[in-house]
Design a protein around this ligand. Structure first.
Ligand SMILES: [Fe+2]
Length: 175
């Protein structure tokens, strides 16, 4: 059965309004997102071959403030480590893949610069999703142009969150 954007948004509302811990809720939403990423009607309505790189808002929930965003990610780009502050984000690929890396901070929060050690590396391929809860440090890389759906707990551009800064922070090699 087709799984439409409206179905996904309604399921997400129901899940996010529950009392379960936040990581538990976003894991459930991430699981629902898989159905959307592989729905041919949704994909055809959302992306077309040759679409330029950029971000579009597909849905914003007026009560819970979560967003469903469609990204065309340009190939050959690697982002820097970041978190979503007190909020969260779920990533899922419609085609090709996103190389995800996770990091942990190995020095005390009281020190100004963060020293990060990579703790995981894996690819999110077509239909794969993963939820990153509050404070979770990660980075994305897109070796080739790909289509990504991202669900975020709020407008992440408007909240305080960690972003790696070269002159302040350090990434341990082969940690
Ligand atoms: Fe992120």
């Amino acid at each position: 059965m087709a799984y439409a954007l409206e179905d996904f948004c309604q399921d997400s509302r129901t899940i996010l309004m529950s009392d379960a811990p936040i990581q538990n809720r976003i894991d459930k939403v991430a699981d629902k997102l898989k159905g959307l990423l592989t729905d041919p009607d949704f994909v055809a309505a959302t992306f077309t071959e040759g679409m330029p790189a950029g971000k579009r808002e597909l849905y914003h929930d007026p009560d819970l403030d979560f967003y469903v965003l469609a990204h065309v990610q340009e190939g050959g780009k690697r982002g820097t480590p970041h978190s979503h502050g007190a909020s969260w984000a779920i990533y899922g690929n419609v085609n090709d893949f996103t190389r995800m890396r996770e990091y942990r901070r190995v020095n005390p929060e009281s020190e100004e610069g963060a020293v990060l050690a990579q703790s995981a590396e894996y690819d999110l391929r077509r239909g794969d999703t993963k939820g990153y809860g509050p404070g979770y440090i990660h980075s994305t890389e897109h070796p080739q142009t790909c289509w990504v759906i991202r669900v975020t707990g709020t407008d992440l551009d408007k909240i305080e969150r960690y972003r790696f800064r070269k002159l302040r922070d350090r990434l341990l090699e082969n940690a």
